[in-house]
Design a protein around this ligand. Structure first.
Ligand code: UDP
Length: 431
């Protein structure tokens, strides 16, 4: 980018730099490259912008056709920095591009009107925030979104083999440094807070739990018959839906085996798997590999005819997909938060989720959804059957969950809390 970014007319006290190298908030969602973190930052920055904050969101330039700067809201921007090739780079290769990203950050910012606070996202954004916070002596807020040691332990527990050891060691060392250097850590759930404390010795008083949210205007109930007509789905089928990235830790394999067990007991069963850049010329290599693995599994389990891989669907189209479903399943082995559960709650479809991470907070077993033991296909099958046979239970949990998201998970509430954190850190830094 040749020009300096110039927002000098803006109130210096309300200028924030966010760092999210691998997750462009304006990217299309639903592949390896982009998911919950992207939508979290997009939603949060949009709300903070309404409260008068000018947020510059620095991300890695990962596609040649993208603009170097895109405007967001009235006064915020997404700024794309050169750092490595202008294409998708797997996260374990990002370390190689940090220095270039940071020097390009320094090249584009307005040094006369610097930022009053840095907000890092994930460990790659945390790396940049550490550098900026040191150089400019400003506070630093961190959101991990996911933590390396849990990811590592989950893989070790279920897969036994562990081929990422060197990368995970590097990542967790950086995560420890981020914990030390940050002024405050925003955790998406109590589970994550406890994990940061027990595994990384993060001081509890440094961690504030603020969950993710859902756009209640976008995710609303659409009449099931109408939605099915639009998507050309048989009105008599029992539809189970999955939405999310195609990644081993999402547990789609467990769902496929549960479907095999369920098939003889539920006629007209149909499963929709939404997510993954798996079709067309733009397909993502890792998504496609996982899709091939899962497709093979559907063949082995004898359910290929009833499991349909829909590929990545635009976020704006998703309310229609949620609305066709009888049951929404989140079968993850590890899930730091799981925005999709809230989207399903808001769309008023019953949710079954595995008892892991943030899902244990958003879904109260028997009240706002059903929980099952991660990787236990029999348990999952039984929970689906429970909802299939009891309309009353399905209606009860769906209604409770809808009330719960309306009350606790709007982006307005979440942005209010983060607005307060920014203000108090900035004031403290001035004293
Ligand atoms: N998503 C989407 N299209 C897809 C698949 C997923 O828009 O084809 C969105 C989904 O609606 C959700 C996000 O990607 O907002 C996934 O977030 P989540 O927290 O569930 O998972 P993560 O990506 O953080 O692992």
């Amino acid at each position: 980018m040749e020009e300096k970014t110039n927002n000098s007319s803006q109130n210096q006290d309300k200028r924030i730099a966010m760092f999210t190298p691998h997750a462009d908030p304006l990217a299309q969602l639903g592949s390896q490259e982009s998911g919950g973190q992207n939508i979290y930052i997009r939603s949060l920055a949009t709300e903070l912008d309404k409260r008068g904050w000018s947020i510059d969101i620095f991300t890695r330039w990962d596609e040649p056709h993208k603009k170097s700067v895109s405007l967001m809201g009235k006064r915020s921007r997404v700024i794309r920095l050169k750092g490595g090739p202008a294409k998708y780079v797997p996260k374990n290769q990002l370390f190689d591009h940090f220095e270039e990203l940071y020097s390009n950050f320094l090249n584009v910012i307005d040094h006369q009107n610097p930022y009053s606070l840095f907000h890092g996202h994930y460990w790659d954004g945390g790396w940049m925030a550490i550098k900026a916070c040191r150089q400019f002596s400003k506070p630093f807020v961190e959101n991990f979104h996911s933590i390396g040691m849990i990811r590592f332990k989950t893989k070790e527990k279920y897969l036994k083999n562990q081929n990422e050891r060197i990368f995970i060691e590097k990542r967790t060392a950086l995560e420890k440094e981020i914990i030390d250097r940050s002024s405050i850590i925003i955790s998406l759930s109590e589970t994550e807070k406890n994990d940061l404390h027990s595994l990384y010795e993060a001081p509890l008083e440094k961690i504030t739990v603020i969950p993710g949210g859902v756009n209640l205007k976008q995710f609303t109930k659409i009449a099931k018959e109408k939605a099915r007509e639009k998507l050309n789905i048989n009105k008599d089928n029992f539809i189970i839906l999955y939405v999310g990235r195609l990644e081993w830790r999402k547990g789609i394999g467990t769902l496929i085996t549960a479907i095999k067990l369920l098939k003889s007991e539920v006629p007209n069963l149909e499963i929709l798997i939404v997510g993954g850049k798996i079709y067309g010329r733009q397909k993502n290599f890792s998504d496609f590999k996982e899709y091939q693995r899962l497709l093979k599994k559907t063949e082995e389990e004898g359910v290929k005819e009833i499991v349909h891989f829909k590929g990545r669907i635009d976020h704006v189209q998703l309310p229609l997909f949620y609305s066709v479903a009888d049951v929404f399943v989140v079968p993850s082995y590890y899930e730091p938060f799981g925005l999709v559960a809230l989207e399903a709650n808001a769309s008023q479809v019953s949710v079954i989720a595995s008892r892991v991470g943030g899902l244990q907070t958003t879904i109260k077993d028997g009240e706002t959804g059903l929980l099952f033991e991660p990787r236990n296909c029999l348990d999952l099958k039984e929970k689906i059957l429970k909802l299939y046979t009891s309309k009353d239970l399905a209606e009860k949990i769906t209604k409770n969950a809808y009330e719960n998201v309306k009350k606790n998970y709007s982006w307005t509430n979440i942005a209010d809390k983060i607005d307060q954190i920014y203000k108090s850190l900035i004031n403290r830094n001035k004293q």
